[in-house]
Design a protein around this ligand. Sequence first.
Ligand SMILES: Cc1cc2nc3c(=O)[nH]c(=O)nc-3n(C[C@H](O)[C@H](O)[C@H](O)COP(=O)(O)OP(=O)(O)OC[C@H]3O[C@@H](n4cnc5c(N)ncnc54)[C@H](O)[C@@H]3O)c2cc1C
Ligand code: SF4
Ligand code: SF4
Length: 379
Amino acid sequence: MANAGKGINELLSEVIDQGLCTGCGACITGCPYVVAHAGRIVVLDKCTGTDGDCYKHCPRTSFDFDAVNEAVFGKAYSDGEFGQVLQVFMTRSKDPEILKRGQDGGTVTSLLALALEERLIDVAVSTRMDAEKSPHGNLARSRRELLECAGSSYEIGFSLEAYRSLPAESTEKLAIVGTGCQVEALGKIKQQPPRNSPDPRNISFTLGLFCGWALSPRTFHPYLKTLCDLSQVCRFEIPHTPHYSFDFHFENDLDPGSVSLDVIKPHINPGCHYCWDLTAEFSDISIGSAGSAFPGWNTVLVRSPQGADLFALATEKGIIETRTLPEERLKHLKSAALNKKRAAVKKITEKSGSPKDLLHLGRPTESIADKLLSRWAII
Ligand SMILES: Cc1cc2nc3c(=O)[nH]c(=O)nc-3n(C[C@H](O)[C@H](O)[C@H](O)COP(=O)(O)OP(=O)(O)OC[C@H]3O[C@@H](n4cnc5c(N)ncnc54)[C@H](O)[C@@H]3O)c2cc1C
Ligand code: SF4
Ligand code: SF4
């Protein structure tokens, strides 16, 4: 799949109709033809454009790892388990309000609040759940607005739509929070700057979320509605092993509801089965809880010098607490990340019909595909 001369028609036939769409929202440009509706990308009218940003920036069209890594980190991609990492920590917020509202240790919200307060950014592009707990892209310009975004929706939310909604001439400094596919799209945007959205050099930080899979709003949300009154839910949670459940907690402190992950998994967004990225490798700082093994703590991978500066400031100002991630937990995280790559390569080659055709990840003539196959594929 080469990118040249392609637009929305090819995005439809090569990505959306093939069940590869991740729901990242990067294709929802200033162009009026592409919208997210009822949990999927819908094309409202015919477009004959053949050089579409929609196609170019989609994480499921041809992805040049070396070029994207060069645009993000200034060097070629290393084919390790989880990309470039400068520092590893376990962290949690020291702010009681953020700790209460945050999904795990509240590190994401704390770092964003600090960046706003210190005027390192003007706006945080994140995701917010509406009253019925459907996630949407959101622009937060204050601590209050950030707190409204805290917590995880496990459904895809097309959140990059919020970045695309900013005027192209905007000079606001941005932080963007997203899952792996979303920071992959941002990597492509940095590599090939968009025409209808703000200059990617305005992006001061990307905070990536670890992500095993996300749920399809098309099937999961109607099911979720049958389980509870969503307006009363204050938090969703997938607790650490040995638990094996999807839980929902209520505002009024009633016992949480819980369903087995076996019931949830059929609702995984089909495009997530082709996803290779557990730890959001193209972000400045990646944050999850996998690995920490301690409820209420985050696992943090600091990847870039800008990320390291923000993290150092957070430590210096005393807004987060840090611990060393035990070596065996780091090993476990690396092995989970590699397993996700292998599972993706397996699904991709099943779809392409050839063990050497990695669809969006590359073809055998490209050196990166050889690199990936030697490490990622179980041959
Ligand atoms: C779909 C999904 C799957 C995940 N899977 C894993 C996993 O397998 N293993 C793991 O360790 N961690 C996973 N996480 C990350 C985890 O849920 C927490 O987001 C992370 O640990 C940060 O915790 P925190 O307390 O710092 O977050 P908070 O401070 O509460 O901030 C959470 C941030 O996540 C953003 N957000 C919420 N929902 C979404 C969404 N649907 N899409 C994009 N951004 C969103 C919010 O805007 C907010 O900025 C997943 C997150 C998502 C959204
Ligand atoms: S993966 Fe993202 S950019 Fe590609 S079609 Fe889906 S929503 Fe659009
Ligand atoms: S599993 Fe991958 S494709 Fe799916 S939401 Fe997470 S990062 Fe995106």
